[in-house]
Design a protein around this ligand. Structure first.
Ligand SMILES: [Zn+2]
Length: 493
């Protein structure tokens, strides 16, 4: 009674600020998050694929909630929507023929040839086995200009290996005329080649230069190496050997591929909560709004990949955190929310933002990316993706976590995901960017999701989806934004 009386008495004079303070400090509940996730992952959104009506509805939903929280549009023109010009490529038709040194055709049992960017042609090009394509430092292993690089799909052994896409991009930048991808033994060629020849997407600004790519079967890859003079049994061993550069193959190839091209504009939603102190920097909350859309063939019983956990949950956390940050004591620094598009297509919206930042990159104190948060129950320790990458940052994260009564999981298991999340686009530009929360602490729970409903129609909002950890992580992000948003608590390093 006493508390209520005091509240009423003060409220008579300062209704708005007190109500705002109360909301600013109110813990995020599972029900708060459930409301957003239910809307974002509803079948009506059709899996939030970029360029669909699901995007339009989702982008408006996010902007509306940020606006109600006190944010303003944060795009360059002051609007909520940053245009992200995209290019999509469909239905590759292609072929590759290979000849040995005597001009005899090399028979390859199965081939899938695609051009990720419209049209790719190589004619009479020398073939060269490049192992994993890059060395430990991420540098292309040999001069591949004008050549057909024959690359193992398996990543290079060691820490934080580069993805196949990143290694192909490196070979493309080095001027490879085409790239042949050698799969591991027992590779399910049929299933993968369908996916390989399906839709691919790229930022329009980065499109137009990639070479054709050829996927062969395991047997086809072995036949190719053998014909070129490399023992397929020893190829992996060769590639892993100290000082390996490349092995020229006594083969030439003609490659031709062409795809149907669709160009359109998708959008990052950008909001800004102006800080109390101008020019004191910015804290970013980032999360991708998109998912994989209609992900099963027509006629399938359920063809909508709803992306409830991936990443309606992250957007829900951001919207609830934004509401509290807008209502409570205003941080010194700006709070920037960026809800990115086309993360599922290769972090495209995040890369676009990093190329066209709406605040100068050197003003960003920290970027907190929030992705796939509905994994763990309440009370899960706080782990980090990016621990060890930003000096001085984890002390702040750890102290904030402990102040909320959460344990800290300080192993670096989460770092295995560092290139698989939007924050990487900023890390790659030297911006402090991490993910913090419970999802990367209990790897058994995370792996159960990744090998289960992940990127499948089953990533839906059901009672089985744990929202307790997500609610904890929402509170964590409110506290982190206030911590890093305070000049006194976190002077710029
Ligand atoms: Zn995903």
């Amino acid at each position: 009674m006493k508390t209520i009386y005091a509240f009423a008495a003060i409220a008579a004079f300062t209704t708005a600020p007190l109500a705002a303070q109360t909301l600013g400090n109110a813990p995020v509940t599972e029900a708060d998050l459930r409301g957003h996730i239910a809307w974002l992952a509803d079948d009506a959104r059709e899996g939030r694929f970029p360029g669909t009506p699901g995007e339009t509805a989702t982008a408006h939903y996010i902007a509306r909630h940020l606006s109600a929280a006190g944010f303003v549009g944060g795009a360059a023109d002051g609007s909520w929507y940053q245009p992200v010009p995209l290019v999509e490529y469909y239905n590759s038709h292609g072929r590759m023929s290979v000849r040995d040194a005597e001009g005899r055709a090399v028979a390859l049992p199965e081939l899938a040839v695609r051009s990720p960017v419209g049209r790719g042609i190589a004619s009479g090009a020398q073939m060269v086995f490049v192992g994993h394509g890059v060395d430990a430092a991420g540098q292309v292993v040999a001069d591949v200009r004008g050549k057909v690089a024959v690359m193992l799909s398996a990543p290079r052994p060691g820490e934080n290996p580069m993805s196949g896409a990143d290694r192909r991009a490196a070979l493309a930048r080095a001027g490879a005329a085409a790239i042949v991808i050698l799969p591991p033994a027992n590779f399910p060629f049929e299933a993968f080649s369908r996916q390989f020849l399906g839709r691919t997407m790229q930022l329009a600004a980065r499109a137009g230069t990639a070479p054709a790519e050829v996927l062969v079967s395991a047997d086809g890859g072995a036949a190719l190496l053998r014909a070129g003079g490399v023992d397929p049994e020893r190829a992996s061993e060769m590639a892993a050997a100290e000082g390996f550069t490349a092995a020229p193959l006594a083969l030439t190839a003609d490659v031709e591929a062409e795809t149907y091209v669709r160009r359109y504009t998708s959008y990052n939603v950008v909001g800004r909560l102006p800080g109390r102190v101008a020019e004191s920097g910015a804290v970013m909350l980032m999360g991708h709004w998109d998912h994989t859309g209609l992900c099963r063939p027509e006629g399938a019983e359920d063809r909508i990949c709803n992306g409830a956990v991936d990443n309606a949950s992250g957007i829900a956390v951001i919207l609830e955190a934004a509401e509290r940050l807008g209502a409570g004591d205003r941080p010194d620094r700006d709070i920037i929310v960026i809800a990115t598009t086309a993360e599922e297509q290769g972090l495209l919206g995040a890369y676009h933002w990093a190329d066209h930042p709406t605040v100068p990159l050197d003003r960003i104190v920290v970027n907190l990316n929030i992705d796939t948060v509905a994994i763990a129950p309440r009370g899960t320790p706080v782990a980090m993706v990016g621990r060890g990458t930003v000096p001085g940052l984890e002390a702040g994260v750890d102290s904030v976590a402990r102040s909320l009564g959460r344990a800290v999981d300080s192993d670096e298991e989460g770092n295995a995901f560092i290139r698989r999340q939007d924050g990487w686009a900023l890390t790659a530009k030297g911006v402090a960017s991490i993910m913090a929360g419970g999802s990367f602490s209990d790897m058994a729970l995370l792996n159960a999701f990744l090998s289960g409903p992940y990127h499948a129609p089953d990533d839906e909002l059901t009672d089985a989806v744990p929202l307790g950890g997500a609610a904890d992580d929402a509170d964590l992000h409110v506290a982190l934004a206030r911590h890093f948003g305070s000049r006194a608590i976190y002077p710029r390093p």
